[in-house]
Design a protein around this ligand. Sequence first.
Ligand code: ZN
Length: 222
Amino acid sequence: MDYPHCGGVKQSPIDIRTGEVVVDPTHLAPIVFSGYDQVSNIQYTLENNGHTVQVDLNDQKMLISEGGLGSTFVAEQFHFHWGAADTRGSEHSINGRHYPMEMHIVHYNRRYGNLTTAMDKEDGLAVLGFFFEIGRFNVHFEQIIHHFKEIKYKNENVPIHSIPLMELIPARLFNYFRYQGSLTTPPCYESVTWTLFNETIEIAEEQVCILLKHRSMDVLII
Ligand SMILES: [Zn+2]
């Protein structure tokens, strides 16, 4: 297969060099999160898609806007990236340093109506990226991780109770890095406004180990 976009100049992931980051306090106001704290009866779908573990949000209305995004974006799914060793699992890095794990919350621009239509548009997608650090046991993520044993094989999925996304992400969301990039795997469309947060998510080592057992699912979608 030929993927011409993969040779582009705005490819992700990247290493963030903090010394080269331009501070832009006027443009990069805080992101406004809507519905992220909502408790709902809608169930999420946890699935092993053969590439990663993904949680589909099933049209639960969660939006992000402002924060220099230029549009309103709708949350579609989140998924994880991790590696063979707990020191090097993240896709992005900061000053050359990788983190054990990285979570991406994928949003599409509301004007395009759905992810598929938005995917190849220049302003089509906004992905929020969060790094994990080894620390305290994370009770919120445990609600997801304890279902992993039910999706050991490709294409298995299981409904899980919805979790307000606010419970999964850090409390302080003011400091972030922003760049225009791409899907991290083919077709590599340069359609992603990336936001990487400075504040990390703590997770216990034994929880990361459960992910490491799913090592075979390490080819990534976005
Ligand atoms: Zn991703």
